[in-house]
Ligand binder design. Sequence first.
Ligand code: NAP
Length: 323
Amino acid sequence: MRLRATATDFIELFNLKDLVAIGGYLKDTKCRYFVLGGGSNVLLPEIYNGLVIHNSLNGVDKIAEDEDYVIVEAMAGEIWDEFVSYTLANDWFGLENLSLIPGSVGAAPIQNIGAYGAEVGDFIEYVKIFDIVDQSFKQLKPQDCNFSYRNSVFKVKHNYIVIAVGFKLLKKANLNIKYADIAQYIKNTTEATALDLRNCIIKIRQAKLPDPKFIGNVGSFFHNPIITRQDVLFLKQRYEDLPVYDIDDKFVKISAGWLIDKLGLKGYQKNSISVYEKQALVFINNGESTQTEVLTFAKFIQDMVKSTYNIDLTIEPIIVSKD
Ligand code: NAP
């Protein structure tokens, strides 16, 4: 979000030996800490009283393969989209729908990153962590990671430091083109390749989303609300054109961006924060904003949505508190 933010202490992590030393220090001093990846999904306070550990563990390795699958391990500090590009260059498929998501490999399981009908959790074979509590290295199976919609065990277990992720990828592409934006470009999965799909997603994202390298933003600012079928019937009476996506027998998903857009808030600005004019689910920082200003702006949008639709919007990025 390009917020003005300073930490009292900062360390860059390059190897596992140093991680053991840092782990010992954190346990002994009980010092506050958090692990920073690419910084693309966090809302940082003006002053962070504690240690920021920037994960720069690098490397990618093929671990195993059979006729159908390959297991590839990437260290947490690898840049996510470079890793996706590398897998496709090697004809390892599955991650193409997650192209151009900013951030690092280590952050991917934390948020269970997802886009265009794919979630990273579906391709994870294991996650290697260092546990600060018992000072040991562990390998978690997907079922230990509690992956759900943009969520995982790592959002609650702050003592787990992700060091590497093992992915189970396909050797034969199985293209997922169910989202309308993609289906517009790719009509036929027998002719298109996974690289075509990646290139199409890159184009769509570049047209719709601000590049965090140049414009401060954290991607989607709110989760898409999951509501009951009963509640959606009520909303549909007033908003016939509300898009609704099935979850299961009881619940449906609606688009938070649509709700905000319908309120006429695209482009709405207060101080240096505004709702991005091409995508209402994204806030952009046009100047020197602080976390407090962003959260005040978010509260205004949440209140508008609540009073109009009776829907609670939950903030998606991680809010790092001062103390
Ligand atoms: P979009 O295509 O305008 O659709 C709006 C919302 O409706 C999406 O958030 C999506 O939910 C849902 N949706 C659309 N088609 C769907 C379908 N066929 N089945 C189920 N749900 C459907 O969305 P967008 O803003 O351009 O984003 C495209 C994709 O990239 C989405 O998957 C979005 O989540 C992802 N993305 C994520 C971030 C982030 O920061 N987390 C930022 C930008 C984009 P889902 O969000 O559940 O897919």
